[in-house]
Design a protein. Structure first.
Lengths: 178, 228
């Protein structure tokens, strides 16, 4: 989504990277196909890292201090179909303490040519998939082997599945609208 | 349990046969075309030795593996006569080659729904979602079916239904919950790797089970742990 005129005129130069308290929430946008209605479970693709233009691999979220679920639903949509996205919230403390090797770091977006300004933007850093864990194991002698990578990635996905999620916005598939 | 074949292996044989048509020069094809009139039905049902073994044990209370051949089990491959299993099961459910007892209808539904994964093309969600291979799906659902039948046949209880979910890298995750316990079983895309599992108890973070699974076995003990 290209930045709007209002966003282009917004002065974000004063935005700083802040520490996020444990008690706060982050909002996460989840593609409508990444929730399994039959079982009530989010699929692992909902909690997947993406690479940004600066080479940061992370899962995007929005800090509740500066954001709200509606903005989260709209802001990252790559096309004007934000209704395709659910928005859920997770507790920062739960991510930090329950889900292995995950870090919640404030990362405001300011004057990015491709992204709208977003003071709430927050990265959830840390490997999610087995392949990411395998890469990590290659670069760290203390963590070796495919078995370690498989176990850790299984733990992370189960922890994300078990994390307490609150529905903020529940999207509706077109077939459900009638 | 040397004779036992998992659903996955049976299905793999089925796929091989599909590709061979009537090529009787193939040893496997020759072996299977030597079956009785119910052969095609046997193939479509892909009943496993393991199922027959466990179901028979659960119903007639025997653990005598030598009697299995009298049940019509073809050595190392497919049951010759599905009628023998039909006698054992009341209103069995057939879903994509699996046969489940009627008590496990909900699990059969989950397996049936997950078959849609195989129709997904690359980037099916617009977010880079991967394709899923038949072998991955068959292994993942085979573990689910075998574990459920194994648990059901031993405990006489119907397990909760698992979530069968698309994974990040073409793998498939199964999440199974009961009470305070949760279990994740991951089937990787690479056929050389066994499915792995991790189980947690929300009441005590120190409680965890993890490891890899032999898909030749029923693995019903996983559900015994889950429901403990």
């Amino acid at each position: 989504m290209a930045p709007s005129m209002v966003e282009l005129l917004e002065d974000c130069s004063g935005w700083e990277i802040e520490d996020i308290p444990d008690q706060h929430l982050v909002f996460i946008r989840v593609h409508i196909d990444h929730f399994n209605e039959q079982s009530g479970e989010f699929i692992p693709l909902a909690f997947k890292n993406r690479d940004d233009d600066q080479g940061v691999t992370a899962m995007s979220s929005d800090w509740s201090k500066y954001g709200d679920p509606g903005k989260t639903q709209e802001a990252g949509a790559q096309e004007p179909q934000s209704e395709k996205y659910h928005v859920i919230s997770l507790g920062v403390q739960e991510i930090r303490e329950i889900i292995p090797l995950q870090f919640v770091v404030h990362a405001p977006v300011c004057d990015d040519p491709k992204l709208p300004n977003n003071q709430a933007h927050t990265n959830i850093l840390g490997p999610k998939s087995r392949k990411e864990f395998v890469e990590l194991s290659k670069s760290d002698d203390k963590r070796s082997g495919t078995n370690w990578a498989r176990l850790e990635s299984d733990r992370v996905r189960l922890a994300f599945a078990n994390a307490i999620k609150t529905w903020e916005i529940r999207a509706t598939k077109p077939s459900q609208l009638a | 349990m040397d004779l036992a074949l998992s659903h996955y292996e049976i299905a793999t044989n089925q796929r091989t046969l599909d590709g061979l048509d009537n090529d009787c020069s193939n040893p496997l094809s020759a072996q299977l075309t030597d079956q009785d009139e119910d052969f095609s039905e046997s193939l479509s049902s892909r009943i496993t030795y393991l199922d027959a073994f466990k179901l028979r044990n659960s119903l007639v209370g025997t653990d005598n593996t030598s009697s299995l051949n009298t049940e019509g089990v073809y050595r190392g491959a497919v049951i010759r006569n599905t009628r023998s299993l039909a006698k054992i099961l009341q209103n069995p459910i057939r879903v994509f080659g699996f046969i489940l007892p009627h008590d496990l209808a909900d699990i059969a539904n989950r397996v049936a729904s997950s078959h849609n994964f195989l129709e997904l093309e690359e980037n099916w969600d617009g977010c880079g979602g991967p394709k899923y291979k038949y072998s991955t799906w068959m292994t993942a659902t085979g573990v689910v079916v075998n574990a459920a039948i194994d648990y059901w046949s031993v405990s006489k209880k119907v397990p909760t239904s698992p979530a069968i979910l698309q994974g990040i890298d073409g793998d498939i995750d199964v999440i199974w919950r009961s009470g305070h316990r949760s279990l994740l079983i991951n089937t990787p895309e690479e056929e050389s790797l066994r499915p792995s599992f991790v189980g947690k108890d929300s009441r005590d973070s120190d409680i965890e089970i993890n490891g890899t699974l032999n898909v030749r076995e029923g693995n019903g003990w996983l559900l015994q742990w889950l429901n403990y």
